[in-house]
Ligand binder design. Structure first.
Ligand code: PMV
Length: 313
């Protein structure tokens, strides 16, 4: 029997970095997915095949000794086959670019947790989310769990460190044009750089956190009203705050500038330093915005909000 599941990637719409210091962030799931197929096998091995490589290992290895981005799958499979006389074969297919802040690893953990656990018993979304966060911790020890949550439930979500997650029930009708800088970034080191900035500029940073909080509050109202044009102004404003804390660079600025004329606004999404930006559009300016980026040979694609979240087959 095969068990299959898919989960969407995500973008951070507003509030990255400031969320580390208690400000509310807004995330949404996007309609680019990762699919995982799991099957029991007679051979006593855990085998994972994916477009970023393969991994085959005996069960019960120490996770800390596995040096592979596929280790969350190994962790999940190994956990599930305890006291079961079986191996597992896993196949991963992704249409989310990897390692650029679009939630590929969370989507892997969520779809992996669902596909693998359902080979053994029926699992609820809550149980799958818990497993997925455990698996994600094998690569990001300090994950907030926000990414896995939005990949599981889909839609738009607000998140802050104190109160956790809250689903936003509005269904705004925007398109995001995602542009990939193809510059690798390490979230950890960019977060460390922001900490340095904060330590040298405490007052300025506190003001920025206040401003970002106000901005996010306004955004929550605008999302309800589906006021995409005004949301674009907030995107532009949020990008100014991100510029101030030093997470942008010439390439990202050039990309953002490239999309600013046609779209309602563009900003970095996620850690910055590399990774992706998005430009906010609707039906009226989606094609023009895409064309602007394509003319400059940027690596870009458009997405909408995914309202489905985790899907199992
Ligand atoms: O690029 P990503 O998706 O890893 O986003 C990082 C978001 C930060 O706010 C910069 C860090 C965090 O832990 O929230």
């Amino acid at each position: 029997m095969k068990s299959k599941a898919s989960a969407p990637g995500k973008v951070i719409l507003f509030g990255e970095h400031f969320v580390v210091y208690g400000v509310k962030a807004i995330l949404c799931a996007i309609n680019k997915r990762i699919s995982v197929t799991a099957e029991k096998s007679e051979e006593n091995k855990i085998s994972i095949k994916s477009n970023i490589g393969n991994l085959t290992l005996e069960p019960n290895k120490l996770i800390s000794e596995i040096n592979s981005p596929l280790k969350p799958f190994y962790y999940l499979a190994n956990k599930m086959i305890q006291n079961q006389n079986t191996g597992i074969e896993i196949v991963v297919e992704s249409d989310i670019p990897l390692g650029v802040g679009l939630g590929s690893s969370s989507a892997c953990c969520v779809a992996g947790a669902a596909a693998i656990s359902r080979l053994f018993h029926k699992t609820s979304k809550e149980e799958i989310l818990k497993l997925a966060i455990e698996a994600e911790k094998t690569i990001f020890k300090n994950t907030s769990g926000a990414d896995c949550t939005v990949c599981t439930y889909g839609g738009i979500m607000e998140y802050d460190k104190e109160n956790g997650f809250d689903k936003i029930e509005s269904e705004p009708n925007f398109h995001l044009v995602i542009v990939n800088s193809n510059i690798e970034h390490s979230t950890e080191s960019v977060v460390a750089r922001v900490r340095e900035f904060k330590e040298k500029n405490e007052t300025k940073f506190a003001t920025l956190c206040n401003n970002e909080s106000k901005l996010v509050k306004d955004v929550l109202g605008l999302l309800k009203e589906n006021n995409i044009k005004e949301l674009g102004c907030k995107v532009i404003q949020n990008q100014k705050y991100l510029e101030t804390i030093g997470i942008s660079n010439d390439k990202l600025r050039e990309m953002i500038q490239g999309g600013q004329n046609e779209s309602f606004g563009a900003k970095i999404t996620g850690a910055g330093g590399g990774g992706c930006i998005f430009a906010l559009t609707d039906e009226s300016n989606l094609d023009q915005t895409m064309n602007q980026f394509k003319e400059k040979n940027y690596d870009c694609f458009s997405v909408k909000i995914d309202f489905k979240g985790l899907d199992t087959f």
